[in-house]
Design a protein around this ligand. Sequence first.
Ligand code: NDP
Length: 244
Amino acid sequence: MDGIKDKVVVITGASSGLGEATARRLAQGGAKLVLGARRMERLQALAKELGLDDQAVVKTDVTHSDQVEALIERAIKLHGRIDVLLNNAGVMPHSPLARLKVEEWEQMIDVNIKGVLYGIAAAMPHMTSQKSGQIINVSSVAGHKVRPGSVVYSATKHAVRIISEGLRQEVKPYNIRSTIISPGAVATELPNSISEKDVSDAVHDFYEQYAIPADSFARAVEFAMSQPEDVDINEILFRPTSQE
Ligand code: NDP
């Protein structure tokens, strides 16, 4: 497919959900994938299914900048360039602030914000010298509004939008595109990161009622990637039709 075939695409959080669905769709379109996550057995099974080289999967914890660098460097080693970074890894352990789940707040900040920044830091030197590239960051409907019980998650996803928009303004001279994708409820393992039982039950119920398949996100990535190089899709915000 135009704008997908032969592009070198690095995906963080590719072991499940949105990252995995995107890897599947882009592999069909002929992209050259390099996939990162912590669960190697899941990545290896996906690589096998998609016919990727063993080297195309890299154990990556995005809270460690050296591991994110190693992921990007793998793409450079295998393919000599990086065309797209999909900064997708994320966690969503919702809970009301009064429960004081401070470690989970820190985890969200580390994965959802710092992980994205580490990806940008690792990819940017290559993209600036190539004078081309696209960084796609994953925000959320929660990056547009806040609700009781999701304050820290929402703050991290607001941060992702601001970082992406600021990045867009700064990297224009290097012909680098910056895209934000903000999904509503999509059926993935994301609610499993909630540790508080009452919150977990409510969010699982919500997802069972509203969530749409993960390929909806993959199609949004495909659309943003397949635009001509002089078109930067700045943001895609989408929800299940039935979600308020
Ligand atoms: P999943 O839980 O299915 O996938 C999350 C992915 O992130 C997994 O591959 C996981 O891999 C990875 N991950 C988590 N922590 C780390 C870490 N420290 N280092 C590296 N990878 C990590 O959820 P989704 O696919 O839904 O989530 C993907 C993104 O989409 C997230 O940023 C999420 O906030 C966002 N999003 C999702 C929505 C939805 O409704 N599903 C809605 C809006 C946004 P592993 O555990 O193997 O490391």
